[in-house]
Design a protein around this ligand. Structure first.
Ligand SMILES: [Zn+2]
Length: 117
């Protein structure tokens, strides 16, 4: 991870996310959740991510295997990030779509076949 920090937000501005720097790559996944939310992921250690939001601004969504909590804005619905439950505590995901596309569209894209899991 290198470069300047990235600052992003949900559509309505209730949720602000800052990450320490751009990821080495972004991830597109075809799983049942990502394909519906248009998720394009970047991954960081939780220490490298700051989420600023009022206590009730974020809605948690936990599915199936209960490995992660996916968070979306209660006001505008934007899917902003996920945090681990039973998944590795060393990693969390942020939806790159919360950032200016100029910050990440040049990065390599990893296609993950999440639908088969
Ligand atoms: Zn919002």
């Amino acid at each position: 991870m290198s470069g300047p920090e990235l600052k992003g937000s949900c559509h309505c501005g209730a949720v602000h996310i800052t990450v320490a720097g751009p990821p080495a790559q972004v991830t597109k996944c075809n799983c049942s959740l990502c394909r519906r939310t248009g998720w394009i992921g970047g991954y960081w250690h939780p220490d490298a991510v700051t989420v600023k939001a009022a206590p009730d601004a974020l809605n948690p969504y936990v599915q199936g295997d209960r490995m992660i909590t996916t968070w979306n804005c209660r006001t505008c619905g934007s899917h902003s990030h996920w945090t681990p439950i039973t998944a590795s505590p060393d990693r969390m995901g942020v939806n790159m779509r919360m950032f200016d596309p100029a910050d990440w569209r040049h990065l390599p894209v990893q296609e993950v076949d999440g639908a088969k899991f």
